[in-house]
Design a protein. Structure first.
Length: 569
């Protein structure tokens, strides 16, 4: 659930800090007081699009922060782990969003910077905002199939995943087949080029790491003379120059007098003896190294030519020998495709048919699962609509299956299989079923959307649902039914509703008034939690408009009593 929301310098809000609770929350206030700004702030928190003009005039930036209290098994933790956002499942989840007056935005989740894409993915698990115009998603038939699949459950999702894996392979096979069928003269031209390149690379007989080894050998040969001179001179200084003999004589001299002052002379004698043995060993190594130095101009020339060949191939085909060999494999495969075009075409056609039959079989399984789920979904929605004063409504999910195209006997498959889902509705007895977008009014759309939210609240596990004036266009018993449904729904998740209807406001567990003030020629919006008398006054205002009378106050108090009785029933 959403525990706290802090907003600073957003539109007409200077600073607001609000605590929330379990249950049903309503936000009320005069038109233009800034009720929707709170929803805008929450939308920004979960990755909604922001702009510089949302920052309060004269301020550098707007700041929004929300704290969520979630169970350890909530799906958002797994999403955060996958995205690399570190957080303990035992802690609160804190999201902070800043929006500058220059239009730049930054977001942090539990103190860690995240991208907007990451924030949206996290936010989708936390908050679902439904505005008065968002019922337009109900009019998009592609959305209908997504809802149906979600309702169908884990088995359909599992089969859909399997289908999409095969469908992707089918698309790749078809792309390869189409590419091979469409290439003609270009293939002939490329064949000559591929043959030349394959011959050039193959003749070089490249070996991985060969260029590095040759470069090292070349360096040694290039400096063979200098190495010979320096090593020979060092050897002569140590051996022929009596260097070892001098150390040996020094050792002999110190040995003669060692017993007269052993404490001082013995350590020096040991150092000289060690130096003698090390120098002697170094002399022998210098001699062997000198004898191994080979100055071979002919071998150097061979190495230079080989390196020139390799570097020339690098300039044409890749930055390294592995890159060149990888390119050779690729063009060899392309050459084989062209030279054996008919065989490749036959193979790809067989692959396409095999994958199509496999995908089609899985698509039919999906279709059967959807057919069963559509009956259950229709029954569940009709039950919810009955509770929302739409008891005569008949709801159906029409599944249309794609047929073979004009150019092929194969049924047309897409990423979802062979089905299209359309929500069909009849709101009056005797009227035929028609697509939802053809007959439903705004008030009916709101109630249908609310019915869907009630059904999917437990399935999608989104803990916070926000309804922004979805009761617009309804009144009387329908408004009361919407209020009761929101109240029932708040047992499963935290509900927020911006409303102008007292029937809805009185059913809330928590009531907040949004009010605009003008202080020192600046407009500012405040949020106040209403209790007892102040709540009665706000409901009376909603009932009576400009003039609040004792009668409207009494009516407001009576509505609260009846609402409490209704919620306790």
């Amino acid at each position: 659930m959403l525990r706290e929301l802090s907003i600073r310098n957003l539109a007409v809000i200077e600073e607001v800090n609000v605590s929330f609770h379990h249950g049903f929350h309503v936000l009320t206030g005069e038109t233009g007081a800034g009720k929707s700004i709170l929803i805008d702030a929450l939308s920004l928190i979960v990755g909604g699009r922001g702009s510089a003009d949302m920052v309060r005039y004269g301020c550098d930036k707007a700041e929004m922060e929300a704290m969520f209290d979630l169970p350890s098994q909530h799906p958002v933790w797994a999403v955060m782990e996958r995205l690399g956002v570190q957080a303990s499942r035992e802690e609160m989840l804190v999201i902070r969003r800043e929006l500058t007056s220059h239009g730049k935005s930054s977001s942090r989740v539990n103190g860690q910077l995240v991208t907007m894409t990451m924030l949206r993915e996290i936010g989708e698990c936390l908050v679902n905002i439904h505005g008065q115009h968002e019922h337009q998603s109900l009019l998009r038939t592609e959305q209908h199939l997504e809802w149906l699949d979600l309702f169908a459950g884990d088995l359909l999702i599992e089969r859909k995943t399997a289908y999409r894996a095969v469908y992707q392979q089918l698309q790749q096979a078809r792309a390869s087949l189409r590419e091979l069928e469409e290439t003609t003269r270009h293939n002939v031209q490329m064949l000559d080029l591929y043959r030349y390149q394959i011959e050039e690379i193959s003749n070089a007989k490249l070996k991985d790491g060969e260029d590095e080894q040759l470069a090292e050998e070349r360096r040694k040969l290039q400096y063979a003379g200098k190495r010979m001179d320096s090593v020979s001179e060092a050897y002569a200084l140590l051996y022929n120059g009596k260097g070892l003999d001098a150390i040996s004589k020094a050792i002999s001299k110190l040995t003669d007098i060692q017993t007269y002052d052993p404490a001082v002379l013995t350590p020096m004698l040991e150092q000289l003896q060690s130096a003698f043995y090390q120098a002697e060993d170094a002399v022998f190594q210098l001699r062997d190294y000198r004898d191994s130095i080979d100055s071979d101009p002919e071998q150097l020339s061979i190495i230079e030519d080989r390196l020139d060949l390799i570097n020339g191939l690098k300039r044409k085909y890749g930055e390294s020998i592995p890159d060149i060999l990888q390119y050779l494999d690729r063009i060899t495969e392309e050459r084989d495709k062209i030279e054996n075009r008919d065989e490749y075409l036959e193979k790809l056609r067989k692959d396409e048919l095999r994958l199509y039959l496999q995908a089609h079989e899985l698509a039919q399984e999906l279709s059967e699962l959807r057919s069963h789920a559509s009956e259950r979904l229709a029954a569940a929605i009709e039950l919810e609509l009955k509770q929302l004063q739409m008891g005569n409504t008949i709801f159906r999910v029409q599944l249309d299956h794609s047929s073979a195209s004009e150019t092929s006997e194969m049924a047309v498959l897409n990423a979802n299989g062979i089905d299209e889902a359309i929500f069909m509705l009849s709101t009056n007895p005797g009227e035929p079923l028609k697509p939802l977008n053809k007959i439903a009014s705004g008030g009916e759309m709101s109630r249908i959307m609310l019915a869907l939210k009630a059904i999917f609240a437990e399935i999608d596990q989104v803990p916070v649902l926000v309804f922004d004036e979805v009761d617009t266009g309804v009144s009387g018993r329908a408004a009361q039914a919407i209020a009761e449904k929101m109240s029932q729904l708040s047992a499963k998740c935290q509900i927020f509703s911006i409303t102008h209807l007292p029937q809805v406001a009185c059913m809330a567990d928590h009531h907040y008034e949004i009010k605009k003030h003008i202080i020192e020629q600046r407009t500012s919006t405040n949020v106040t939690k209403l209790v007892e008398h102040s709540r009665i006054e706000e409901l009376a205002r909603m009932l009576g408009g400009v003039e609040v009378t004792e009668k409207t106050r009494h009516h407001a108090q009576e509505m609260l009593v009846l609402a409490d009785r209704q919620k306790g029933a």
